[in-house]
Design a protein around this ligand. Sequence first.
Ligand code: ASP
Length: 347
Amino acid sequence: MSVASSTGAKLFIIYTGGTIGMAPDDVSGTLIPMGFREIKYHIPELTKLGYEFDMHAFTPPMDSSNMSPEIWIELANIIHANYTDYDGFIILHGSDTMAFTASALSFMLENLAKPVILTGAQLPIGEIRTDAKENIITAMEIAAAKRNGKARVPEVCIYFDYYLFRGNRTKKYNTETFEAFNSFNYPPLAEAGIDIKYNDQFILEYPKELFRINTRLNAGIAVLKMFPGITQHAVNAVLQTSELRAVILETFGNGNTITASWFMDCLKKTIDKGIIILDRTQCDGGSVELGRYETSAHLREIGVVSGHDMTFEAAVTKLMFLLGQEYPVEKIKQLLETALKGELTEK
Ligand code: ASP
């Protein structure tokens, strides 16, 4: 389906599901997804915007808690198939795992020269106080925005509650307020008020090479979250996971862990088997600094890799992406500490 344009911008909308398009089930009252036709019915403004747009709707639409690497690949393929025909892409997505999808796509869409804006809502589109309308309409404006004839935001982003964030810097941090997302370690790329104010200095540079997708992913990862009192059994249960290629070690503060010798031995044996251990802080703001405290100096010595200030979502998807490339372990370790798509602040 196509809608006539007055501005000439051509957008492609992918509707995956999420609260944005949910309605209460008549019998149980549980929120279940509805189709894109109903969404359009609730936002007549879509046609008034003056953009031409086409869409692809998932059938059935999904709650994003069921998102998976296979669906990230499907999304990358849909964008690839439509890339040359459109100025920008909008993905309507549940908020629960939106930051994972945005992070994964940021690595899979290489040399991206067009905006890919994910958005959703905290309240379904049919509710009077819904945030869906504003989110979708402004996401479309951003996806259509140009500067000197080129896309203003050639990145994968999340737009939510008046802020545009880099996708791989974003985290869902609130289930109650309309401000569901935040980017603790990187400034917003734009803020929508009466005008949309773009922070051009923080937006990725326009790529020099041709767009392509890279859909090789390997999900052989696990997460070990530190807490005072963690037992050797719990640690071993994670580190001895079969088919394990990498572990995200969720640490205290600047990347610190307990220093008990049994714990260090477990980590060292794991690294000696060629399994990567990535240190990511449990704190939302700030960075891992291996060696700042005695409780992290030993981690660097045995070959633990610093996750710097990456979000958990970026760490998960970057590991899956790098493991999928089948690079040697040392190269993966080096790339983990390098900003590939602006996902971390290099020291
Ligand atoms: N459970 C929903 C989802 O992620 C929540 C939302 O859309 O906000 O699909």
